[in-house]
Design a protein around this ligand. Structure first.
Ligand code: UD1
Ligand code: MG
Length: 411
């Protein structure tokens, strides 16, 4: 009983309990609103199924709303000591911590709204890529006035180049943080299109961040506050993502839409920036970094980029197969990029049987590459495969962060 009472006074235990409630709330709420979403045109066709059934979309909005309800209820909890003990003076209130909390929530809420706006309005890529920059402004402002550090430790191999251990990045550090927000949101959104893949990758990244936070709480008490804040943001996210994934897994009964992708990406940017461990967050996003770099020839239109690059469904085998883009209008630079990818065996080319000329390449996404390398597979198998790749990359990230870091930073 004493343990239970002590637990109630521990914000982390409260956060854990609220996260379980958030998961259950999301799981229960989605079927209740599905018909309403479809009736109001918030739906999309499941392109990888026979008959392309209509599925309610933008369900990231429901996950987000439940997340905010839980987070708003939680706001006083980390400050409960200050409220309970009357001898605390107003001047002692940890305004910095409070501002970080509110700034993080404001950025997340803006991103949820902008993601929903994108789902409804289908905003053009060249415009929507900048939306996370706007949403990250409150976060960058809070970082500036509460923490403000822009010095980075130079990795050992680069110290001879810079001639010093610490480098003052100033405004460039803010540019890096803004770039992190733009990258993490869009990177989740382009590793998408298969049931369970958007939420599945987000779940593995969030679990990795939480595991790193718990490890750091034990290993590095001086940074405990930062990792606790990260856990307060990430645990309810794990809850709502699990609740959503139950409906989004094959055969999907709900799609997250861009709302979910942007919201998930912003969670990772918020905890990386507020917790000051953005490099570790990037280590957990290696599959997204690979998928983004791999996609660049198509994203920047050196190679044709169709509206959908997801795999295709073969109704006779009931398996997913890679999709292809035409190389007929590809210029010299685009062909050079394809040739480089081919050197590393990262692209499959289809040639004209008569002339031998390269006419098609697989669409440049991680999922198409997995299908090219391992052959056609079912939709749930591909989603599981992506989650396994994500989890293996997280294991590698932990190895780099905790075993190999001394070779790079001498810590
Ligand atoms: C991004 C990708 C696009 C991919 C799409 C799939 C880039 C540049 N863009 O575009 O290649 O095809 O995501 O989400 O890489 N859908 C399914 N099954 C799912 C999830 C989504 O069929 O499990 C379909 C539905 O028709 C849904 C649509 O994808 O309506 C959502 O696409 P949208 O999020 O609008 O695409 P983008 O984010 O623009
Ligand atoms: Mg999308």
């Amino acid at each position: 009983m004493a343990v239970m009472v002590a637990g109630i006074h521990n914000p982390l235990v409260v956060s854990l309990c609220l996260s379980v409630l958030a998961g259950l709330g999301t799981y229960k709420a989605i079927p209740l609103v599905s018909d309403v979403f479809i009736a109001h045109g918030r739906s999309g066709k499941d392109l990888l199924k026979e008959g392309r059934p209509v599925i309610p979309e933008s369900m990231g909005a429901i996950a987000g709303v439940v997340y905010f309800i839980v987070m708003f209820v939680f706001i006083p909890v980390p400050f409960i000591g200050w409220f309970r003990d009357s001898e605390y003076a107003l001047a002692d209130f940890p305004h910095n911590k409070f501002a970080q909390f509110l700034g993080g929530l404001l950025s997340l809420m803006s991103m949820l709204f902008l993601g929903f706006a994108d789902d409804v309005l289908d905003i053009r890529w060249r415009v929507k890529i900048w939306l996370p920059l706007i949403a990250s402004m409150p976060l960058l402002m809070v970082y500036c006035v509460t923490y403000g550090g822009t010095d980075v430790v130079v990795p050992i191999p680069l110290r001879s180049l810079f001639g010093q251990k610490m480098l003052h990045l100033g405004i460039f550090y803010y540019a890096f943080m803004a770039a992190l927000a733009i990258f993490s949101t869009n990177a989740i959104n382009i590793l998408a299109g298969v049931n369970g893949v958007e939420a599945g990758q987000s779940l593995v990244i969030a679990l990795s961040i939480a595991a790193n936070d718990f490890l750091q709480l034990h290993r590095n008490p001086a940074r405990a506050e930062a990792h606790l804040t990260s856990l307060y943001f990430v645990l309810p996210f794990i809850g709502v993502t699990l609740g959503f994934l139950k409906h989004n897994w094959y055969p999907a009964r709900a799609f997250g839409g861009d709302t979910l992708c942007y919201f998930a990406g912003m969670i990772f940017a918020v905890v990386g920036i507020l917790g000051n461990f953005s490099k570790t967050v990037l280590l957990f996003m290696v599959p997204q970094i690979f998928n983004f770099i791999y996609s660049c020839p198509q994203l920047f239109h050196f190679v044709e980029c169709p509206r959908h690059r997801m795999p295709s469904y073969n109704s006779s085998t009931k398996l997913l197969e890679p999709t292809w883009c035409s190389l007929s209008k590809t210029g010299k630079l685009g062909r050079l990029m394809i040739r480089i990818l081919r050197t590393f065996r990262l692209v499959h080319i289809r040639r004209d049987p008569k002339t031998g000329e390269a006419v098609q390449a697989n669409n440049l996404t991680l999922m198409n590459l997995l299908l090219v390398k391992f052959g056609p597979m079912s939709e749930p198998r591909l989603a599981t495969f992506v989650m396994i790749v994500q989890a293996l990359c997280s294991c590698l990230a932990f190895l780099i962060r905790y075993r190999l870091v001394k070779f790079v930073y001498n810590e």
